[in-house]
Design a protein around this ligand. Sequence first.
Ligand SMILES: O=C(O)CCC(=O)C(=O)O
Length: 260
Amino acid sequence: MRLNQNELNLFNQNGFIILKDFADKRECNAILDIAKIHIKYQIEPIEREVEYHNHSKEYRTNVIDYNSTLNQGTIRRLRQVYSRDTIFKNWMENRKIRPILEQILDDQVVITTAHHNSIMTKMPEKSSETNWHQDIRYWSFTDSNLISIWLALGDENSQNGALEFIPKSHKMSFSSNQFDNKDYFRDDYKQNMSLIETKVLTALNKGDIVIFHSRLLHRANRNSTDEPKISFVYTVKGASTKAIDGSRSLAYPEILLDRT
Ligand SMILES: O=C(O)CCC(=O)C(=O)O
């Protein structure tokens, strides 16, 4: 499958694109079943809600041990899913999406397992919101030609914490005082407010995907429903984009995918 020129232009302009009904529902259900087992038995490496919010910028930038530092608490994400089960690996190596990723990256596709390589959860009552941020902020690469593929394994909406994006922000330059000390984009800063008003919510259904640029500002609400929200996210880069030697971005394997 390939994007038409209009869709590719939209991605380049806005920094994201939604592809409705992209993944096979049976594959989504299989991913969900395995994910629920790993969540139920708290199989490491995991990150808990408290850690997701409390870890410092230095920890997020440098630490490469992704095991939880706590022995209890609500799980926010299962990490390193590529190597957990072939059902996860197969989705990340899915051939149907590859031509699209090649088009967007304008390069051969490489999975970087160091960062988004996760099942993301938002549990009822115990989840929290995520503030505005660019994913690239804690990553170390020669350039920002990286994109993430977010797969909805159930419905995602304003009640359960669907992603919100600021279109076009992947191409904008910001000053350091527009961000707080953890590099979140400040929503209490006057200069940011009018930009934040341009936000769009990406409501998704099971099997929909959204592909977004590593510099795109995004956030999400907490889940205020009674049902868990579970999603899959992984990141790919162009082959000519290199992880910096000695950085966390190079601490886990990269998987070069054949050209289509
Ligand atoms: O589900 C969320 O709260 C957003 C997650 C996110 O944007 C991230 O971890 O980079």
